[in-house]
Design a protein around this ligand. Structure first.
Ligand SMILES: CC(=O)SCCNC(=O)CCNC(=O)[C@H](O)C(C)(C)COP(=O)(O)OP(=O)(O)OC[C@H]1O[C@@H](n2cnc3c(N)ncnc32)[C@H](O)[C@@H]1OP(=O)(O)O
Ligand SMILES: N[C@@H](CCO)C(=O)O
Length: 386
């Protein structure tokens, strides 16, 4: 697919196009973080599609998940693969550049162009590595809000995201209620559960146990990144993105390229080979330190805690219209988590619609072919725009 980029307004901030068709803007600080640290400035990589209308009322922000990027609907400049959400964003899709001014930004802490641990610390001239400050999902939303200021967008028609993207949507609605007309939260939760934190900790420990991690100092010439640890982290995480039924359907107990068991420790089963592939291919596109920082940000996420211990407080007086979607096979952020958000929205008197969709795909269903998801989001966005 060809990228269909719009032109962001230039408001005197430095901006370049180091990442193919994407843009990177340096937003001047000081940028105060929830954890108490202050960044002098932040780089945010982003893409836009479509045109901001004269009333500036058609902007839609897409928030990506843990390992996503801003190439939501354009081919990746390095791999040539289509954007990660062309099912949802693109001509004829629910978020459509013919009707919407679409913005997708790489999150703070990531490794696709926005400031993160691999970025150069202007104070030292060296990569931050583990000296990068710990960030939160609210910090990510704050950086996106600065980007929207930069683009001349005050009020968003919609903020849309799945998984960690949905958590950013919730942060947007809670932090900037007067800037968000509608919020679409898919396969997400208002906090990280003990089980969510537990899985992330397994991944982090796998990275830190890799001898190449070296306390995060692996960015120098000749250094080898901790790919073995990162691959294991992704393997464990990937299991949580699928469903048991989906794995059984896809692989069952079938053997990989063999008639009979090898009675050894090669990838004997197809599911092992598949997971190894998912793990290794992930290391081509993701930085291990960013994985540590973003999973940590997710673990610290607890919207109720940020609002006096009561989730409804986060939405008090909100005029935002909410659409929540969960999947029946998602055991990572199960339907009960979405229901808890809906109850809080009801208690706060906010407008909320909610649907649990049936899908065999588990948590990653929001990235896959679930036509009903498109129908729900399309209907909701059209109703909001009307
Ligand atoms: C939300 C955001 O912000 S973007 C999110 C970041 N992006 C992602 O998470 C994408 C990576 N995740 C995935 O690919 C997830 O598996 C899904 C669920 C989204 C994709 O699902 P599907 O399209 O059904 O792909 P599937 O899970 O079957 O994986 C296909 C890959 O596994 C490989 N594979 C399949 N079976 C085997 C096997 N037995 N042995 C080895 N490899 C195998 C395929 O060759 C293919 O490889 P490729 O992706 O390098 O071409
Ligand atoms: N599979 C997606 C969603 C995880 O929540 C990702 O890697 O970002």
């Amino acid at each position: 697919m060809t990228a269909f980029l719009g032109t962001p307004s230039a408001l005197g901030m430095s901006e370049d196009a180091r990442f193919g068709l994407s843009r990177v803007v340096t937003l001047p600080g000081p940028f105060a973080l929830d954890g108490g640290a202050v960044l002098a400035a932040v780089d945010i990589a982003y893409e836009t599609y479509g045109t901001l209308n004269a009333e500036r009322s058609n902007a839609v922000l897409i928030c990506h998940a843990l390992t996503g990027d801003h190439h939501v609907a354009s081919d990746h400049p390095r791999t040539g693969k289509p954007g990660w959400w062309t099912r949802m964003v693109g001509p004829g899709q629910p978020v459509d550049p013919a009707r919407h001014f679409i913005v997708c930004a790489n999150v703070l802490g990531s490794c696709m162009g926005s400031s993160g641990p691999a970025s150069v610390d202007p104070a030292t001239g060296r990569p931050y590595a583990m000296r990068f400050p710990v960030i939160t999902l609210r910090d990510m939303a704050r950086a996106q809000a600065l980007l929207m200021d930069h683009l001349g967008v005050r009020v968003l028609l919609a903020v849309v995201g799945g998984s960690m993207g949905g958590m950013q949507v919730l942060e947007w609605a809670a932090t900037y209620p007067d800037r968000v007309r509608s919020a679409v939260v898919i396969a997400s939760a208002a906090r990280h559960s003990a089980q969510n934190i537990a899985f992330h900790e397994v991944g982090r420990q796998a990275i830190m146990a890799d001898p190449n991690w070296r306390e995060g100092e692996y960015y120098g010439p000749g250094d080898v990144p901790p790919t073995a640890g990162l691959a294991v982290a992704r393997m464990a995480a990937h299991i949580t993105y699928l469903s048991e039924a989906g794995l059984t359907e896809k692989f069952g107990r079938r053997l990989q390229a063999r008639e009979t068991k090898s009675f050894g420790f090669d990838a004997d089963f197809q599911v092992e080979s598949y997971l190894r592939h998912q793990g290794i291919s992930f290391t081509d596109r993701f930085d291990a330190n960013s994985y540590l920082y973003i999973t940590r940000a997710m673990d610290y996420f607890d919207l109720a805690e940020e609002h006096g211990g009561r989730l409804a407080n986060a939405f008090a007086g909100s005029a935002t219209r909410f659409c929540l979607v969960s999947f029946d096979s998602d055991w990572l952020y199960p339907t009960s988590e979405s229901r808890a958000i809906v109850h809080a929205l009801n208690a706060a008197g906010a407008a909320a619609s909610f649907v649990e969709l049936s899908s065999p795909f588990g948590h990653d269903a929001f990235l896959l072919d679930v036509p009903e998801l498109n129908r729900v989001v399309d209907g909701f966005l059209r109703a909001v725009a009307a």
